[in-house]
Design a protein around this ligand. Structure first.
Ligand SMILES: C[S@@+](CC[C@H](N)C(=O)[O-])C[C@H]1O[C@@H](n2cnc3c(N)ncnc32)[C@H](O)[C@@H]1O
Length: 273
């Protein structure tokens, strides 16, 4: 088995530890303390072997966490019966937003799903409404994985991919979006974070520069595109972006590309099938 990139391990844990720092909403049946319980003992070890400074991630999570929380609350209020969390990591939304009649599906790599299942078992929390599904977006078909997990493609679904696409190869992102739209009933929504570079730069150059400059060639980041490329990808794969002219974003990091300081943004894109 190939070892996971340790930076991906760290970033996954930083996301969950960081979100646990915020006051966030929950449903009446939900468990607002589940997030902290789920991340017990996680340290987000950095490449130097030290626990990562979670504080650095809080500015990124401050707009991101409420954006995705609100989408779940809106879906529940609208009667959407299924929430699929793609690359869920240690996300606690299935517990925080537990609601009768709503089934949550948390998809991630096998080791993470196994560890999450173990943590949920230790917590002794009610998970009757939650299906954990192990998969690899590079090799597995998301529609088949969902069907096996009990997802009903004929009923509306909120699909979430928070801080996932960046870590997948562009071809895998395209396949994922296409397979999802092909199995998304009317009334379904897809919300993702998309890493965006300025329009006049070449995406391959941006990704390879980020990899070299920031990670010495061993980085876990693979998909960064212009906003127009993201919008075109959504259209090509059967998704219609809500408010394409309205940009909702947070600045992610700056890197010098082709001798030019370049801001990479995380944009929040929401689309309907
Ligand atoms: C940065 S974490 C974000 C986790 C979660 N969405 C959050 O916001 O806390 C990215 C997640 O995507 C998952 N992931 C990355 N590549 C994957 C792949 N090829 N197949 C399945 N999951 C993957 C990772 O295991 C990780 O949990």
């Amino acid at each position: 088995m190939t070892r996971e990139n340790p930076l991906l391990t760290m970033i996954r844990e930083v996301c969950a530890l960081g979100r646990a720092e915020f006051e966030r909403p929950s449903t009446a049946e939900g468990d607002p303390d589940a997030g902290r319980a789920l991340v017990q003992g996680l340290q987000a070890i950095d490449p130097g072997g030290e626990p990562s400074a979670i504080s650095l991630s809080l500015a990124l999570l401050a707009p991101r966490a409420p954006y995705f929380d609100q989408l779940v609350l809106d879906a529940i209020a609208a009667g959407v019966p299924q929430v699929v969390n793609l690359g869920a990591g240690y996300d606690d939304r299935a517990l925080r937003f537990r609601h009768s009649g709503v089934t949550f599906f948390d998809l991630d790599l096998p080791d993470i799903v196994a560890d999450k299942a173990r943590r949920l078992h230790v917590m002794g929390t009610d998970t009757a409404h939650l299906a954990l599904a192990a998969m690899d977006f590079h090799t597995d078909d998301v529609a088949e994985v969902l069907a096996r997990a009990g997802h009903d493609a004929h009923r509306p679904t909120l699909f979430l991919a928070e801080h996932l696409a960046l870590f997948l190869e562009p071809g895998d992102v395209a396949s994922l979006l296409a397979r999802l739209s092909g199995h998304a009933a009317a009334g379904s929504t897809l919300a993702i974070t998309a890493e965006v570079h300025p329009a006049d730069l070449d995406s391959d150059l941006v990704v390879s520069t980020v990899d070299d400059v920031m990670f010495g060639g061993a980085g876990p980041l693979h998909t960064i595109q212009s906003r127009d490329a993201w919008l075109a990808l959504f259209e090509k794969t059967g998704w219609r972006i809500d408010n394409p002219d309205e940009v909702t974003a947070v600045n992610h990091f700056e890197v010098t590309v082709a001798d030019r300081p370049t801001q990479i943004q995380t944009q929040f894109l929401t689309a309907t099938a």
